[in-house]
Design a protein around this ligand. Sequence first.
Ligand SMILES: [Zn+2]
Length: 264
Amino acid sequence: METAFLIVWYVMVFIFGTVIFSFLNVVIYRTPQKLSPAKGRSFCPKCHHTLGPLDLVPLFSWVFLRGKCRYCKAPISGRYPLVEAIGGCSALLSSFMYFDPALPTPLGAGRAGLAFFMCAILTVIAFIDWDTMTIYDSTNVIVALAGVVSYFLFDDISWLDRLIGVFVISLPMYLLVLWKEGAFGGGDIKLFAALGVFLGWKLNLLTFFIAVVTGGLYAGILLSKKKKKRNEHFAFGPFICPAAVIVMFFGRQMIAWYLEYLGF
Ligand SMILES: [Zn+2]
């Protein structure tokens, strides 16, 4: 009974995540074009045929249509099911880490909800930055506001930790940009300031570390394949955002392990 209940719960949570992120696909696609995500039906970008309910089932539509438009057979980007799968996994992880369905509490629900919300906004930021090399002020403000809310749900991070978190990465990045123009984008700097409110300074440092290592690896691969020139820029958001999600879920344990390893 218990196991069956848990399986049903986690399947429902996964489906919930794919449905919400299916809508985020629309947000990611339309926001840079200054179109409202809420207005108008979804359509095939190639043949402009309006999509029916059967074309819009998260994950399943793409799999059953084998990645092609039902009407014109144009290939549909694997990006759409990818974002939906990320949504399902985000919801699963948020519930698994913070919300025990057998023992529901308001605090657990609040933490899981906020964690899932952060996954959502960071996914939007990462993909829009990947597409357009732009991180909007509006999405950074949403991250900062989520940070304010998080103080009431994650009180292991004090206001002072969070205030230091705003500047711990953003200020050195800003000074670096003054010294060497274009070292980082303004959006990256503001994103780290906003993440500081949510994560506090320790977790924000860890996020920066993971983002720089993964972004550096990616840059190295591009350089070795000669796909980019040495001075060419690439979007940093797609590395900052996943790093922030990993740190949000596991950063506290990672820091504890590291301090133990050092002998503290
Ligand atoms: Zn089509």
